[in-house]
Each structure stands twice: as structure tokens, then as C-alpha cells.
Design a protein around this ligand. Structure first.
Ligand SMILES: [Zn+2]
Length: 222
């Protein structure tokens, strides 16, 4: 049996099992969506947003591209952000990169002339690598360089999203989080917690230290 035929058969099995375990499941999906989070991740087949976070259909609004890049000049990702914040009113925006990212690795290698679209897409990563060349040169291996640049990339995308007028001017400004996924163990590392950003907003752009934030969180928790 070829691959696509098998996928269609698997779909029938999934739909049947889903309806059996929850008879109202598809009625709920058909009514509309109200995802609480926007996921901006890499297109890499090994990092499927719903599976690695144990989410279900309806839980995540998802945008994926090579190396989880965000650009305010990219109408594709901007339209997703605009709809997620202004219409769906998501509470959290997650940029999730991953270690061993091929798109990030490509930015550290000679530009591939046979992949002009990829080369253009990853050009901001080349600039990011140049800006951090001193730190990247300290890495003990090529893999470590790729992984550190993947982290720096996630943080750069989070800062860019936080700086958009869509996020800054939202009635209920969503928290923007920076995560990175480990292919070797399936664990996600929280590089940039979104709560700090939310506190920053509530404090009227007063910079809140990590110690102050943790103290506030402990107080709120009782
Ligand atoms: Zn990737």
C-alpha cells in the first residue's frame, strides 16, 4: 500500500476512534475554534506542535516555517499573528525552535545557490550569526554552534514579536514565550518565560527583575 493511501486509512481509524471515545468531539470542532495559544515553530517533521505538547485539535493556532522565523515584512506570519491576537485573542504566543535545526545549520554554511528561496529566508539568521560571531566562535563543536544559534534565534524572534504593534496595542497583551525542543530527549526548555513580559507591561514598562517577579508570583500563590 502506498503512503498516501495508508494516511487516508489512518485518518478513518483516527476519526472513528475519536468519535467513539468522545461522541461530542467533532460537533465541538464544527462549532468553531477558540485556541488559547499561537505556536510559531519550525517546519521540521520531528517537532509537531500538538504531539510534543500533548495538545488536541482546537488547542493551538499554528504557524510553521523553516527555522521558526518571524518578520514584520512577511505577510504570511503577520496575518497569522494579527488573526491570532485580534480575532482569536490568544493568551500566549510561543516561539518554539529546536536543537539540531537544519535551517539554523544552513545559516552557518556557504549559501546554497540551488535553493534561492531558502537562502533568502534564512538570511536574517546569517546576520544573527555574524552579530554573535564572538560567542559562537567559543563553542567547542559545530553542533554546539548550531544549538547556541538556535537559542539566539528563538530569543530574537520573541523580541521581534513583542515589539510589534499588534502585540503592544492588543487590548489584552498576550505573553510571548521562547522555547526550544530537544530532539535527543523530547524535552522543551523555557528560554524566555512569557510571564516576565506580562509583568513588564502591567508595571507600565518598568523593568521588573527576576527576583521581584518570583517574589510576586510566590505572594500571589499564597
Ligand atoms: Zn528546524
Amino acid at each position: 500500500m502506498n503512503r498516501t493511501k495508508r494516511m487516508l486509512l489512518e485518518n478513518i481509524a483516527w476519526a472513528t476512534e475519536s468519535a467513539q471515545s468522545d461522541p461530542a468531539f467533532f460537533d465541538g470542532l464544527a462549532l468553531g475554534q477558540s485556541p488559547k495559544a499561537l505556536w510559531i515553530g519550525c517546519s521540521d517533521s520531528r517537532v509537531p506542535a500538538e504531539i510534543v505538547t500533548n495538545c488536541s485539535p482546537g488547542d493551538l493556532f499554528v504557524h510553521r516555517n523553516i527555522a521558526n522565523l518571524f518578520s514584520s515584512t512577511d505577510d504570511n506570519v503577520m496575518s497569522v499573528l494579527e488573526y491570532a491576537v485580534q480575532v482569536l485573542k490568544v493568551q500566549d504566543i510561543i516561539v518554539c525552535g529546536h536543537y539540531g535545526c537544519g535551517g539554523v545549520k544552513a545559516a552557518l554554511l556557504p549559501i546554497p545557490s540551488n535553493l534561492p528561496h531558502v537562502a533568502r529566508r534564512i538570511s536574517p539568521l546569517c546576520a544573527l550569526a555574524d552579530a554573535h560571531s564572538g560567542e559562537l566562535d567559543q563553542c567547542v563543536s559545530g553542533d554546539e554552534q548550531v544549538n547556541r544559534l538556535a537559542e539566539l534565534n528563538v530569543m530574537a524572534q520573541v523580541r521581534a514579536i513583542r515589539a510589534t504593534s499588534i502585540v503592544r496595542k492588543a487590548a489584552h497583551s498576550p505573553s510571548v514565550h521562547g522555547w526550544i525542543f530537544g530532539l535527543h530527549d523530547g524535552r522543551i526548555k523555557d528560554l524566555m518565560p512569557g510571564e516576565l513580559h506580562a509583568r513588564h507591561h502591567e508595571a507600565g514598562h518598568r523593568v521588573v527583575s527576576v527576583r521581584e517577579y518570583l517574589h510576586t508570583a510566590e505572594t500571589m500563590a499564597g
